[in-house]
Ligand binder design. Sequence first.
Ligand code: GTP
Ligand code: MG
Length: 367
Amino acid sequence: AQSLPYAPVPNQRRHASKHRLFVNELSHALFEFVVQLLPTTEELVVKEDVRKLLERLIRTIEPESRLLSFGSTANGFNLRNSDMDLCCLIDSVERLSASDLVVMLGDLLERETKFHVKPLPHARIPIVKLSLDPSPGLPSGIACDIGFENRLALENTRLLMCYAMIDPTRVRTLVLFLKVWSKRRKINSPYHGTLSSYGYVLLVIYFLVHVKNPPVLPNLQQLPPVRPISKEDTHIDGHNTWFFDDIDLLCQRWRSSNTETVAELLIDFFRYYSRDFSYNTGVASIRAGMLKKESKGWQNDLSSSKFHDSRERNRFCIEDPFETDFNVARCVTREGLYQIRGEFMRASRILATRPRALVALSQLCEE
Ligand code: GTP
Ligand code: MG
């Protein structure tokens, strides 16, 4: 008998290959999408110059000080025009208090630079806020916060950077995409009851370490250390900040057996956080996996209307990797959480219809 030019594909296989095609196309598009949004070399150079200039000025007040970047400028998750988070460390024993420094530095910067300066000496963490108007070389200007002695933030920045280094393509693409998506969908604003970028990054890492099976990332805080560690070296303000940070060595010894594409991980991320995460009782901890609100004393006490504030604080719980008594999602309100979960569901719905990749991305990030 004459054979057909193409063997008929059984339904299931055709389905599987259509799915393959969809996720491959979407992975490629996600990658291209985030590459376009990375900062230009010029922007990075200007920001580094700004950091050096500010460091020089601060040293006229505190000669033994260093000004270090943290947050997205330092962890590999920075997008074009993201703000600069700077932390001033002072190595001398006798130093001014953070609020005094904020006031003095505020005055100095006002006199000596073109920045708009806003000192906040009485904030929970005293900072100086700076901004620079847009110019031809810097079309979006610069926004910068300078804090003092925030060593935990420097360490959590390093932890996130190490996670990004283990699997740069998948981790960075996912994180950067979710940052853009959450900003465009207006659910990235702790001031308005939704979640900070830092919170979203922790959700991604939690998902890759504890939800995916096999995991995409190891748990850097639970790997056995290669050499003895002493408490003085690893504790900051009573918090254990140790994690396995020799990523070269790690990559020689450990390799994820999870081979899913970025698109598959993204689809599953949205599915997990729209359907499966226990918002009412669970705490996402990248250090320890899924914890119970009860075990941390973080339950929503819905019976007592008196403690309105504490009730609102623990709607959504994400444990800080080092400050384990700190809920990174404490600013998320009831309405904020409703909005965030709604967005996870919306994204899941869009992806379930398997539109063409570019259509999917523009629908997902529609403003
Ligand atoms: P974009 O500014 O949106 O680009 O994101 P980002 O990656 O800089 O994150 P974000 O501005 O949310 O946070 C910057 C850094 O501040 C984080 O990397 C943390 O080091 C620190 N940080 C932010 N929020 C918290 C928090 O609630 N607790 C602690 N301990 N650190 C925080
Ligand atoms: Mg930032």
